[in-house]
Design a protein around this ligand. Sequence first.
Ligand SMILES: Nc1ncnc2c1ncn2[C@@H]1O[C@H](COP(=O)(O)OP(=O)(O)OP(=O)(O)O)[C@@H](O)[C@H]1O
Length: 668
Amino acid sequence: MITHVSAGGWSSLPTPLTPWILDVIQSMGHTHMTPVQASTIPLFMKHKDVVVEAVTGSGKTLSFVIPILERLIRREGKFRNDELGALVISPTRELATQIHAVFKSFLDAQPDSTEGLRYPEPLLLISSSQSSPAQDLQRFLSTGANIVIGTPGRVEEFLLGKGKNTVNVKQLEVLVLDEADRLLDLGFQAALTRIITHLPKQRRSGLFSATMTDADALSELVRVGLRNPARIIVKVQAKKTNSSTQGSNATPGDVVEERRIPANLQNFYLECSASEKVVQLSRIISHEISQHQSSQFIVYFSTGACVDYFYKILPSILPHSASLYSLHGNLPPAARTRALEAFSSAISTPSTPSILLATDVAARGLDLPGVDVVIQFDPPSDPKAFSHRCGRTARAGRSGRAWVLLVGRETEYTDFMSIRQIPMKPRSRFSKDNMPLVDSNSGGDTERSEDPDVELFLSTIRGHVSIDRAVHDMATKAFVSFVRAYSKHEASYIFRLKDLDLLGVAKSYGLLRLPRMPELKGVDRTLWQDALLDWDTYAYANPAQEAKRLAEVANSSEKASERAKKNTERAEKRKNNGAWSDKVVRKEGKEKRKEKKSKKKQWLKAQQIIATESSSSTLKRTREADSEDDDDGDDWAALQKEERMAKKLRQGQISQREFDMEFGDLES
Ligand SMILES: Nc1ncnc2c1ncn2[C@@H]1O[C@H](COP(=O)(O)OP(=O)(O)OP(=O)(O)O)[C@@H](O)[C@H]1O
């Protein structure tokens, strides 16, 4: 369904558009302006700075493209080759390329007789994967381009790096920040400030986004050099029923709600357990294909590693065959361009369903009118990205459907979004037959039982993963990156890692075993079962990678046996060292005892000298015998006994013979 949201014909603008510009607009099939265009174009064409907030897909691009062209066409005096007339900055290269294409569709159609924009090529994209900054600079000078479009990094390089003394910005008429709230975020702030400081103050500036709410702080606007800007907010009113209308289409008497998402967007959330997410993703896709004949999907994940992994896994679990595409920021620029081009052309000729798996690099601005369904497998870390992701469908009055999977207490996210005028409707989990999954009811309490197919999916994914060890590496990387991203959610009081069932997530991912990571420290591992697999023979499908692994295994087992050998040697040495030190201790003890003994014997000797002359030979023999005695206790007892006997001998209580029998050399 396409609901045309009109706000008057193009001819109703207070300043008429240049005829050939109007022709191009008509050739695009845009018979009427959208509300944001009707509000913005007249102001921005004149001398007003604008801050524009309007929902996704409402036509903001033409709201700045047309005023820029009109200002440059009407300008008195031609730009010199090194002079820049207009600068458009966007946060991603994909969006920059798209904006470039919109400008180009106008400029390519300009008649030869046109005054104003008559350069070999008045337009320059400086974030293309096909050109280097040096080449951009060269093209700028050779073509005399006056409209430059780029991402912050490349624009900075262009104006303040290599091009510092080449690109003349003195005559700059217009600066546009598309997705301005994103550009004013911390990540881009420093580069943006440097660029803006470099530009002349006498210029018009326009800030555009579907989520400008945070960027309207006065200090932000002053920082980007806006003076007394016109604030344009285009809100959507929708009937609080299933059939929605937009803007003035709501009739008096209807219960209407204001929302910050397109009126024709149906926005659903589906609550399931962590272990059920992949099952439910597959079933939403299946439901959309069979019930709504949807054929173009974008599925958002939280990290590039998750995109890579599910790109591998999904074909094994999707009930329908589909063409998959992947797009994330870690891909080389050329691969990103290829993926987007392939997905776009698949959209224009739908035969089998096409599914783009993406991160937030594809959340904002991309205009892919054929997208029927957006599924957020993981809610975004930045809540603002939520409406941008949803907004890849239901564009320009078309209808579209968006889903988000929420786990446990994550359903609080719906209230969080509702406050931000982004309503969501609950949907039940889907059963195998794509019917709502009914929770069992025992004694009045509804029990959420895990979908029985979770185990089936787990073993299917595991089966797929176990074919190639590289996929296992991807699975582990994806899981780890997901957990780390989860802990960085901006809405951290809703997305709390400690509340998340990590074993459920691991199950959903089809992990063969749990990775070693501190976040898994507290989990009850008795609830987890590793896949039965011989890890020694589990191989990489890529022969070179497998050869490398085997070499590493051999190397590490060699190292392990070397380590074991060294350990044994060390143990042996310790033992020997231990025996030696025992000896030392024993020797020292012996010497101490000897010393003690000799002192006592000296004392005894003195006693014996006092005693009888006849016992002296016996005592001498006793001393000699004692000196060989190592046992300190027995020795001391013997000495005491000897001393007692010697005393008895002196007192005549025993005879010399009796004494000698005991201590001397007489046999008893
Ligand atoms: N006046 C119009 N009538 C009908 N369709 C239009 C009109 N103006 C623009 N469009 C179409 O609407 C679609 C969305 O436009 P655009 O990409 O500018 O949206 P946006 O507001 O910038 O969205 P986002 O916030 O997602 O970047 C485009 O396909 C464009 O061709």
